[in-house]
Design a protein around this ligand. Structure first.
Ligand code: V1S
Ligand code: CA
Ligand code: ZN
Length: 406
């Protein structure tokens, strides 16, 4: 025992490489790898490293990434930098991947939906190639720990990038580490359940396994009609009627739970536990992958839900109670201090520890990130002020659960 932190009976491993922290997507870009620095500070500050094995991740190999992605795309990602981008774009085999320009496009897109224009969703930035192969390497190492029976739960907070497609970056995601992990798991496990609590639809993972009855994908996300700016909430897919590719053996092995803005803890608990519970009963998975995007928390810069950290964590606790091999991944999350709080809390849950609400400010490197009133008063579990009016009606949520049961 150290710091009151104890080792659980089951084995937990965390996979990480601090080099991902130095990456900058761009000044105005919401994705801040610095949130991973803050997460590390909390995890180490509370002493959770004594409750699990920690591994320094190494980059994934190109061959491993090709298990899902297009070989030209993998070559491009392996070589791309702000310096090489325009030369690579000139090469003929990459030209065919340039998307047609749309009259509403605000940024110039190169091949594979990549861009060097400021404000692009998937910018090309310094060190990007190293970053992509590192977060993927961490996920594959975590997966290997599970499939070889060395861990019961394996964690990679730098992974969970669910929007990437076979030959296209999308929504801050370049390599779909989740798809690669599930493909690896299918060698060992008969059926894999993928659960996605990021506020966005897990479209890349769903699409990759739309014909695969051994993988069930289940995403909870903000979804709704066009807003006043004429946009849908990104990526605009994941309606309740979307249940996998019709007419294939994969039909009915995708589930989508589209949710209006402002959902609270009680309503989310009801939805998550009824739908996930029934999915587990019907599908009988042999392992679970949980994408823990923290942009479903209240106060997120992009998200529109009102979840508190404890309810976000309840989803992890629910998956853990199945006792199945569990891969825990990060994902979105754009209010860095709250991302760090949630993922530290969930690391504690994975290792059967309970943490005091008072953050050990005296021993973490950047206490001011959590200390001031606007930064949450030095607490691990602040109550978020509601920022989005609750548009969820209990009766409609009940109707949704009934619809999904069929
Ligand atoms: N919402 C949102 C949002 N904000 C941005 C953005 C803002 C500033 C920048 F400098 C660059 C990008 N992009 C978006 C979304 C993508 C959200 C991705 C979520 C990822 C995840 O959390 O699920 C997993 C890590 N993109 C759009 O809304 C698309 C556009 C429609 C608007 C933005 N422009 C840049 C492209 C087209
Ligand atoms: Ca989701
Ligand atoms: Zn998201």
């Amino acid at each position: 025992e150290t710091n009151g932190i104890t080792k659980p009976r089951h084995k937990v491993s965390m996979h990480y490489n601090s080099r991902v922290e130095d990456m900058h997507f761009g000044k105005t870009h919401p994705m801040k790898p610095w949130r991973l620095t803050l997460t590390k500070h909390l995890v180490l500050g509370y002493g959770l490293q004594y409750a699990m094995d920690t591994y320094e991740a190494v980059p994934a190999g190109k061959d491993q990434v090709r298990a899902f992605h297009d070989p030209d795309y993998v070559d491009f990602l392996a070589q791309v930098s702000p310096q090489t981008f325009s030369d690579l774009c000139e090469m003929s085999r990459f030209q065919s991947h340039i998307p047609p320009k749309h009259e509403h496009d605000t940024v110039d897109l190169g091949p594979f939906n990549l861009s060097t224009s400021p404000g692009a969703d998937c910018p090309v930035f310094d060190g990007m190639s190293a970053y992509l192969f590192l977060y993927t390497g961490a996920t594959l190492a975590a997966t290997h720990q599970l499939t070889t029976g060395q861990s019961d739960i394996a964690i990679n907070w730098s992974g969970g990038l669910h929007h990437a497609h076979r030959a296209e970056a999308s929504g801050f995601c370049y390599i779909n580490d989740i798809v690669l992990a599930i493909l690896d798991m299918l060698r060992i496990y008969t059926r894999v359940l993928y659960i996605d609590i990021d506020v966005h639809h897990g479209d890349g993972v769903e699409e990759a396994f739309q014909r695969q009855p051994r993988v069930m994908t289940l995403s909870y996300h903000r979804y709704g009609p066009y807003d006043d700016t004429g946009h849908k909430f990104f990526p605009g897919t994941g309606d309740i009627t979307d249940v996998g590719l019709k007419g294939t053996v994969g039909e009915h092995f995708a589930l989508n739970v589209p949710i209006p803005s402002g959902i609270d803890d009680r309503q989310y608990k009801y939805l998550f536990e009824s739908v996930t519970g029934r999915a587990i009963e019907a599908f009988k998975p042999s392992a679970i992958v949980l994408q823990c995007g923290a942009d479903s928390l209240g106060g997120d810069r992009l998200g529109q839900f009102n979840l508190n950290i404890r309810q976000h964590g309840e989803c992890v606790a629910f998956a853990k109670r199945t006792g199945l091999p569990l891969l825990i991944l990060g994902g979105g999350g754009y209010t860095a201090r709250n991302v760090a709080r949630a993922w530290c809390h969930e690391t504690a849950l994975a290792t059967n520890n309970t943490l005091p609400d008072t953050i050990p400010l005296d021993i973490i490197p950047r206490p001011e990130a959590f200390q001031t009133r606007v930064h949450g008063d030095g607490k691990l579990y602040p109550t978020f002020q509601r920022t989005h009016p609750n548009e969820c009606k209990d009766s409609e949520l009940e109707g949704m659960v009934k619809k999904l049961e069929q």
